[in-house]
Design a protein around this ligand. Structure first.
Ligand code: AMP
Length: 387
């Protein structure tokens, strides 16, 4: 199969204009492409890098026509954009990932049903549409469980850990108050040893690249930091990469995908979630890989050959969440950071600081893993919310 290559100068459209869209746009511009951004939030960071900005709602019919007439290919930076819009766009230009893949991944229930139908390991789960179904699911799966909204949840939003019968009662009441038609997934709580993730890049010809396995630490459902390479045996890393690739091939996904995994104390690897886009846990690729996840997204969007995924150095990526960003905005704070060799600061240019909002990140790089871990730890103690 031959894929038409879009030449530099072409306009690449991106749905969503957050930091992932901005980093995609920066990579595209460096590679000679122009970018059109569609995000209803006029302050979304990617708009600043766009030759064409659209800030109308995704449902606006005139904007669809106009946007599709400008762009040569489309991608997305957020999985919650309307799949129907992606379907409409893909009839007019190249759209990666496809609307079909997006539909499967947008809904946590469909995603888990799909993965288990392909015999890819996931935590035990049940689909729930009411408070009483929650009780039935808890009886089957047994406490503790995690209850998540089927659609639109991110960074731990719309998610509860249920440990006691009283937690079940509380969440049952919350579910009872939700709009009709709302669905949730209830999962067995996995007492994982560590959380891992793997980036998989796959093009229309079915060629793929798999990045090294990384280890993630979350705080209240939000990614706090990522260590690469993960501190796991080579055999486990191979299994994780193989599982991630199998999942993306099964979809079949074209684009950049992040497969999040739980590694249990019994050595099992379970898929928690697949994101059909570059991922926060892959930001290290900007500073310590020959080709970043965002450049790969540009390459797939344009039909270019995939890039190599070689890791040049160990790294720890620390997110700057909410008020954390204040620690690097002062003269003292940023000078301390810039005095740390191997530290790379990325600020997303967001005007408003909100609790839980990702404002930037720092990548610590050094030849030895112990050094990056120590530098990251030292830095974390200087943050507003050290963890
Ligand atoms: P998610 O939005 O599904 O990625 O969940 C956010 C975070 O919640 C994960 O990174 C885990 O730390 C935690 N979590 C989600 N699902 C489970 C589960 N079934 N068992 C244990 N922890 C979970």
């Amino acid at each position: 199969m031959t894929t038409r290559i879009l030449e530099p100068g072409s306009i690449l459209g991106v749905l969503g204009g957050g930091q992932l869209g901005a980093m995609f746009a920066a990579a595209a511009r460096r590679m000679g492409y122009r970018v059109a951004v569609w995000d209803p939030d006029p302050h979304a960071p990617a708009h600043q890098l766009a030759v064409h900005s659209c800030t109308t709602p995704f449902s606006d019919p005139a904007s669809r026509e106009q946007f599709s007439s400008i762009v040569h290919a489309m991608t997305l930076e957020w999985e919650n954009v309307p799949a129907e819009l992606c379907g409409w766009l893909e009839e007019r230009c190249r759209m990666t990932p496809s609307s079909a893949v997006l539909r499967t991944l947008q809904d946590r229930i469909e995603q888990k049903q799909f993965l288990s139908s392909r015999l890819l390991s996931v935590p035990s789960f049940a689909a729930v549409e009411s408070g009483s179904q929650l009780v039935t699911a808890v009886n089957r799966l047994e406490l503790p469980v995690v209850c998540k909204t089927a659609k639109s949840g991110y960074d731990g939003k719309g998610q509860w850990i249920l440990r006691t019968p009283s937690d079940v009662n509380q969440v049952q009441t919350i579910l009872g108050q939700a709009e009709a038609g709302h669905r949730w997934i209830v999962e067995q709580f996995v007492p994982f040893l560590r959380e891992l993730s793997v980036l998989v890049v796959r093009n229309e010809r079915g060629e793929s690249r798999v990045y090294p396995v990384v280890e993630n630490r979350h705080d209240q459902g939000i990614l706090r930091e990522t260590l690469v390479p993960a501190s796991i045996a080579a055999g486990v890393a191979e299994q994780a990469q193989e599982l991630a690739l199998q999942a993306v091939e099964a979809l079949p996904g074209v684009g950049v995908f992040c497969v999040e995994l739980f590694h249990t104390e019994h050595g099992a690897l379970l898929i928690n979630e697949i994101a059909p886009r570059p991922h926060n846990s892959g930001h290290y690729t900007l500073d310590v890989c020959t080709v970043s996840q965002f450049e790969q997204q540009v390459r797939v969007t344009c039909g270019l050959p995939l890039g190599e995924v070689r890791l040049l150095s160990p790294a720890v990526m620390v997110n700057l969440i909410g008020e954390d960003v204040g620690s690097v905005m002062s003269a003292e704070g940023c000078s301390a950071l810039y005095s740390t060799s191997g530290a790379v600061l990325h600020l997303y240019g967001k005007q408003i600081i909100r609790p839980g909002r990702k404002m930037g990140h720092v990548t610590f790089t050094a030849p030895q893993t112990e050094t990056v871990i120590a530098e990251a730890q030292k830095f974390r103690t200087s943050l507003k919310s050290p963890v």
